[in-house]
Design a protein around this ligand. Structure first.
Ligand SMILES: NC(=O)C1=CN([C@@H]2O[C@H](COP(=O)(O)OP(=O)(O)OC[C@H]3O[C@@H](n4cnc5c(N)ncnc54)[C@H](O)[C@@H]3O)[C@@H](O)[C@H]2O)[C@@H](O)CC1
Ligand SMILES: Nc1ncnc2c1ncn2[C@@H]1O[C@H](COP(=O)(O)OP(=O)(O)O)[C@@H](O)[C@H]1O
Ligand SMILES: [K+]
Length: 561
């Protein structure tokens, strides 16, 4: 799993590496700059005059030949600006015509950034921010594409981007920004570490300058994978594409340790700060391990349905649980809906579960090892049956109505929850169960690092005492102990057509099926989220929820190798 490091953690790792004597800050900055230049040429090989196209022919240099290779580097007052000075120098050494505009006070630059400022000053002039309009000189040359490097602010952004109300920027910023957006269509924008104005820990929009390509170092940060819900741009929308470049900081040997332990070992307890989150990747390793260990016990899942006319959601979940490999799946239906469900199912089993008593009786069968309550269930039935499910201490998914039924008094739910439970709220359900946490999450940010969806999901999981999967294009999964993972259906894994009625029911079924197969709750939630998106991507646009379970075998076969 790749770790998503907060700004504080990244600084801690950098400091630890420098203190160990393995590397200097200046070397790290140089590697960061090299990484950016490499990423630019990988993204746009035509910018690299020494590269050849596949047929051995020189690339088309109409727009970028000779003296027309031009870059504008916008450098800020911290080490992000320092990286920018390195990029400027490296491009200059490759024959590019480079202009550097500096926002800040050279006397106050951090030491390594200052060295690179001086190095650039020895080559070319450092222009002040107010001179940014100098770019107008190129305006008559429409053939010219300019590469704009945003090195204003990176992980050190602590407040809203200066606006025209700010005394300091009032003279420069409006014209600079207007200009910036005018040329955007033609030019290529590259952000160093983050598009300036994106909060690295939360992805929140602090007045972001969106970009074409974002190049970050060592490890991605949560803000690269979270979707900001306020402002114009933030997180994923501003970054557009994220490339991670190794700068030789080494990777923590995770071994059997949690990533938190590994980070503590690397940097010391005090420096860790906020949570370590990881990025959910393919669950093939878990699935393989599982098939070795659980060959003979595939489990028996029970999905509770709603009444007549309300059974579709539970049937979708049940189909998902079955396809993901639960040995047996039973739909627990109220007697009045029995006929309706019986007409619709084949591989699934059916059991009458009319009330709490009937449910208790059914649960006397110890082979029933995973439960799912919520999809289409109705509030009244949820309020009656959820306590029974929780008393049984079975691995249980609570979704949809099983969450909203408790919005009046969430405490009555929380006091019954235990560590074998997974809650799967979407944004609305989350806000009903955790109104104060949701309010903190959605409050317009004033200073960085801002409260993030990672923070909110962890706080919810800690309060609930169980695993919480908070849905969205950026799904965050946290356990009660505080471990956390982000599963983002973004960039090359985008699947917007997954936002279709009933797809959440299938996800609940996938998680339940994996719980029946013996997966631990957080692992079940992570693997199910990954497979869910993979199914949507394999099907493509036009997807309806019914398609998700049906295409799953294809994905599982692929994982099998
Ligand atoms: N931590 C690491 O391991 C590495 C960091 N590097 C670079 O260093 C960057 C972080 O450097 P810094 O910590 O110096 O932070 P930044 O360079 O991102 O910004 C900090 C500076 O900006 C000012 N500032 C913050 N928000 C502002 C706002 N809204 N308006 C005006 N001024 C504002 C701060 O007062 C401070 O002077 C990274 O993003 C990355 O580009 C790289 O050199 C490679 C290694
Ligand atoms: N833009 C998006 N990209 C990818 N997945 C998304 C997006 N929006 C929502 N989803 C996913 O779609 C599912 C919708 O679930 P939910 O909101 O419960 O809907 P329903 O109740 O109709 O099933 C969730 O798994 C969520 O993570
Ligand atoms: K930047």
């Amino acid at each position: 799993m790749s770790e998503l490091l907060t700004a504080a953690q990244m600084r801690a790792i950098e400091q630890a590496a420098i203190e160990s004597g393995d590397v200097t800050g200046l070397e790290l900055m140089e590697r960061a700059g090299q990484g950016v230049v490499e990423a630019i040429f990988e993204e746009w090989p035509e910018f690299d005059c020494v590269s050849q196209d596949a047929g051995g022919q020189p690339p088309d240099l109409r727009h970028i030949s000779g003296q027309m290779k031009r870059a504008v580097v916008l450098c800020g007052p911290g080490n992000n600006g320092g990286d920018g000075f390195v990029v400027a120098r490296l491009l200059h050494e490759r024959g590019w015509q480079v202009e550097v505009f500096f926002y800040g006070d050279a006397e106050k630059l951090p030491p390594d950034a200052r060295v690179n400022y001086e190095r650039w000053s020895a080559l070319r002039e450092v222009m002040s921010w107010g001179d940014l309009h100098i770019r107008d000189a190129y305006e008559d040359d429409e053939e010219c594409q300019i590469l704009v490097i945003d090195a204003l602010f990176g992980t050190g952004l602590t407040r809203m981007m200066p606006t025209d109300t700010s005394e300091m920027w009032s003279g420069f910023m409006p014209s600079a920004m207007a200009h910036y957006s005018q040329v955007r269509g033609a030019d290529k924008f590259v952000a160093i570490d983050f598009p300036s104005g994106v909060c690295s820990d939360s992805g929140k929009d602090f007045g972001a300058l969106p970009t074409h390509l974002t190049v970050t170092f060592h490890s991605a940060k949560p803000g690269h994978y979270l979707v900001s819900d306020g402002g114009n741009y933030g997180g994923v929308t501003a970054c557009n594409k994220v490339v991670v470049k190794d700068i030789g900081l080494g990777h923590a040997d995770l071994g059997d340790r949690t990533s938190r332990e590994a980070l503590v070992a690397l940097t010391g307890e005090k420096r860790i700060g906020r949570v370590v989150a990881s990025l959910v990747e393919s669950p093939s390793a878990y699935l393989e391990k599982w098939s070795e260990e659980h060959k003979f016990s595939h489990g028996h899942a029970v999905i509770l349905s709603g009444g007549p006319g309300k059974t579709g959601a539970a049937r979708l979940a049940a189909r998902g649980a079955l396809r993901i490999g639960a040995g047996l799946v039973t739909l627990g239906v109220p007697p009045a809906a029995q006929q309706e469900v019986a007409c619709q199912i084949t591989a699934l089993m059916l059991q009458r579960v009319g009330d709490a008593q009937a449910f208790e009786k059914a649960l006397e069968d110890q082979r029933l090892n995973a439960l799912c309550l919520g999809p289409g269930m109705g509030f009244e039935r949820a309020r009656e049956l959820v306590p029974v499910a929780l008393r049984s201490r079975r691995a249980t998914v609570l979704d949809a109505d099983a969450l909203s039924a408790f919005s009046e008094d969430p405490e009555t739910l929380f006091e019954r929850l235990h560590e074998q439970v997974v809650l799967t709220p979407h944004g609305g359900e989350f806000a009903r169960l955790f109104p104060d946490i949701a309010a903190q999450l959605h409050a317009p940010p004033t200073k960085g690092p801002a409260y993030s969806k990672v923070d909110a999901t962890r706080a919810a999981a800690a309060r609930a005492g169980c695993t919480v999967l908070f849905k969205g294009a950026d799904t965050v999964i946290a356990s009660a102990e505080g471990t956390c993972a982000v599963h983002a259906a973004v960039y090359d894994r985008a699947a917007p057509w997954l936002a279709t009625a009933g797809s959440g029911d299938v996800l609940a079924g996938f998680i339940t099926g994996l719980l029946a197969r013996g997966f631990a709750p957080k692992m079940a939630a992570e693997s199910a989220a990954w497979l869910h998106v993979e199914c949507a991507r394999a099907f493509g646009p036009g997807l309806i929820a019914e398609d998700l379970p049906e295409i799953l075998p294809k994905i599982l076969h692929k994982l099998d190798g």
